[in-house]
Design a protein around this ligand. Structure first.
Ligand code: DC
Length: 220
C-alpha cells in the first residue's frame, strides 16, 4: 500500500509521515531529503545554481539511500556518506527549490522514488506524491497549516537542530519556497483531487496522526 502525503513547507508532513509509517510498520520515504541531497552535491562540487545541465548530470550519477530506523531519525546517505544533518543546513534550504524546479532533475528523482515505493508498503511525503509520483496511491493526504503556524513550527525545528536563525528569516524562506514550489512549471505543489485535506493549524501531532491512522484503517 502507498500512502502519499503532500503539502507546503513547515506543515508538519515529515513529522506525521514518520510516526504514521512507524505505527503501520511501513517504510518512510522523505522525498524532500532527496532534493536536498542533490543540492548538497551540487554545492560541494561548486556548481552554480544556474548551471542546470551540470545539476542534471549530477542527478543522474548520485546514489541516494534512505535508511529507516524505527527508534531514531531517518538516515540519508549520499554516495554512501551520511548527510542527514548536512542537508538541513540553511544554505541547502536556500537553494533546494531552485534544484527541485528543474524538470529533468524531477524525472530522475521521481524514478528513484517509484523504485523505493515498489519495495513494499510505504508512506512518502513531498509536494507531488499524490499528483505525479504515485497518482494511484491508495491513500492521499494534503497536510496544511496557516502561514504563521508553519513559520513557528519550522523555527522551533531549526532551533532544535541547534541552528541560530531569526524568525523573520524563517518566514521569508518559507514564503520564498512556497512561491517557487507552487508556481514552477514542472509538477508544482497541488492538492490531488482525491486527497484528504487536513488543516493542522490547531491540531497536535498526535491528533493529526490519529486522524490519518483511522482514515487508513477504516479506508475512510
Ligand atoms: O520538504 P522539504 O522542505 O525537505 O523539501 C525541500 C524542497 O524540495 C522543497 O522546497 C520542495 C522540494 N520538493 C519537491 O519539489 N518535491 C518533492 N516531492 C519534495 C520536495
Amino acid at each position: 500500500m502507498i500512502i502519499a502525503i503532500d503539502g507546503p513547507a513547515g506543515a508538519g508532513k515529515s513529522t506525521v509521515a514518520k510516526i504514521l509509517a512507524k505505527k503501520l510498520s511501513f517504510l518512510y520515504i522523505d522525498t524532500g531529503a532527496m532534493y536536498r541531497a542533490l543540492t548538497l552535491k551540487a554545492l560541494e562540487n561548486n556548481v552554480p545554481m544556474g548551471n542546470e545541465a551540470e545539476i542534471i548530470r549530477l542527478a543522474g550519477r548520485i546514489k541516494i539511500d534512505l535508511v529507516n530506523n524505527p527508534d531514531g531519525p531517518l538516515r540519508v546517505l549520499l554516495d554512501g556518506q551520511d548527510v542527514s544533518l548536512l542537508i538541513r543546513q540553511p544554505r541547502i534550504t536556500q537553494f533546494v527549490s531552485d534544484v527541485a524546479k528543474i524538470k529533468e532533475v524531477r524525472q530522475i528523482l521521481v524514478k528513484m522514488q517509484r523504485e523505493f515505493g515498489e519495495k513494499g508498503d510505504c508512506v512518502l511525503d513531498g509536494r507531488d506524491i499524490g499528483t505525479v509520483v504515485f497518482p494511484y496511491a491508495q491513500k492521499k493526504f494534503f497536510i496544511d497549516a496557516s502561514a504563521d503556524e508553519r513559520v513557528k513550527r519550522r523555527y522551533k525545528e531549526l532551533k532544535g537542530l541547534g541552528q541560530e536563525v531569526a524568525e523573520n528569516e524563517v518566514a521569508k524562506d518559507l514564503a520564498n519556497r512556497d512561491k517557487i514550489d507552487s508556481t514552477r512549471q514542472a509538477s508544482p505543489l497541488r492538492q490531488a483531487p482525491d486527497a484528504i485535506y487536513i488543516d493542522t493549524t490547531n491540531l497536535s501531532i498526535e491528533e493529526v496522526v490519529e486522524k490519518m491512522f483511522n482514515l487508513v484503517k477504516t479506508n475512510g
